[in-house]
Design a protein around this ligand. Structure first.
Ligand SMILES: *Cc1c(COP(=O)(O)O)cnc(C)c1O
Length: 362
């Protein structure tokens, strides 16, 4: 069977290093807000090319805390792509602000920069871009709009660790970025984890305090904060895995290139990239008109697949107020998209088998 993502195999590559780091934590007996967090935050900030990074409990919290720290709430609007994972939108809703959905570009699956300006109102406070499936958003136009209308730009970088736009990595393409280290992400820990990156020192200090009960100094509460921390064990695991992220992303790029050169089936639309460095192939999403039939065919041939995502946010029961709206490009994507296995631990045999199976689909 070709697994969608063999997490056991992925993490077992680092077993010795991870065991050693966890042993050190057990020996020291310090589990939260310690040296491991400081070390990982510094290394992750350096990796992204930003001044500051800070670990939080998960990706949703990272985004929620950024919006909260900027003070965006009731009456404020934040622009976000209509085909994103629900967490990007929840981060806005949780703060009481209004998500304003903008359709994606059918070729990149990322927010269509040409459709943003018409959605800007006097209430608009920020544009949240999402590097969906691992491809960095083409930022130029978005930066220009942000400057023109004095908006903040926020990245949801949960799927884009290491992707580059014009020589800069995600996490360093905006005012502040939220990352997720959910196990299946390109940089994943052994449970939940997330981080915020920013060059804004004031924002960084505020997020650190907000995530720790609103406390700037121990037992002094500046804000009505929350508890959203990255465990020392998860920080240590991430610090080990960060060293291998570029190599893992490179392997994903090689597989993607092989798929894009060798999958030749008129029923399958392959994903595209505007620049090989821009994409880290968190997901290799193809489109096909009879998606359910294709998925069953792959299952019958021993290939595991996933759908990112089967239902667009505006059709979710949680957002009934949007259910009658129409976002035709998102709806087309959501009805046709299916993700093929791609991961740094796939073997050459599996890669070739997958190509052959997909090419034989009629
Ligand atoms: C995974 C993901 C998140 C949420 O991350 P968690 O760590 O699961 O909270 C947010 N946005 C996108 C695009 C994601 O893929």
């Amino acid at each position: 069977m070709i697994k969608f993502l063999d997490l056991e195999k992925i993490n077992n590559r680092f077993r010795v290093e991870i065991d050693t780091r966890i042993k050190t934590i057990l020996d020291k007996g310090w589990y939260l807000q310690g040296d491991e967090n400081k070390k990982f935050a510094q290394n992750f900030a350096d990796y992204c090319g930003v001044k500051h990074a800070w670990g939080v409990a998960n990706g949703l919290d990272a985004l929620t805390l950024i919006i909260r720290a900027y003070g965006f709430g009731a009456g404020d609007e934040i622009i976000v792509p209509s085909n994103t994972y629900i967490a990007s939108i929840l981060a806005i809703s949780q703060n009481g602000a209004t998500p304003v959905l903008v359709e994606p570009d059918i070729n990149t699956y990322n927010i269509n920069p040409d459709l943003i300006e018409e959605k800007i109102t006097p209430r608009t406070k920020a544009i949240m871009v999402v590097h969906l499936y691992g491809q960095a958003v083409q930022m130029e136009k978005i930066w220009q709009l942000a400057q023109k209308y004095k908006l903040k730009v926020i990245e949801d970088a949960a799927q884009g660790h290491g992707a580059e736009y014009r020589g800069r990595r995600t996490g360093n393409l905006s005012d502040a970025a939220g990352f997720s280290f959910y196990p299946g992400k390109n940089l994943g820990c052994l449970g939940d984890g997330g981080a915020v990156t920013t060059n804004d020192e004031e924002l960084y200090n505020k997020i650190k305090a907000l995530a720790n009960y609103g406390s700037d100094v121990k037992y002094h509460n500046l804000y009505k904060g929350v508890n959203s921390r990255l465990d020392e064990i998860q920080a240590a695991v991430l610090d080990v895995k960060l060293k291998y992220l570029d190599a893992d992303n490179q392997k994903r790029r090689q597989i993607s290139e092989y798929y894009r050169q060798n999958i030749k089936n008129p029923l399958i639309t392959l994903p595209q990239t505007y620049d090989e460095k821009a994409h880290v192939w968190h997901v290799f999403a193809v489109r096909t008109p009879e998606r359910e039939r294709f998925q069953k065919y792959l299952t019958d041939n021993g290939v595991q697949t996933l759908i990112h995502y089967p239902t667009p946010p505006h059709k979710q029961p949680a957002y009934t107020e949007w259910n009658t709206r129409s976002y035709p490009i998102s709806e087309k994507i959501h009805s046709e998209i299916i993700s093929l296995p791609i991961s740094p631990v796939m073997t050459d045999t599996e890669i070739q088998q997958l190509v052959d199976i997909v090419n034989a689909y009629k």
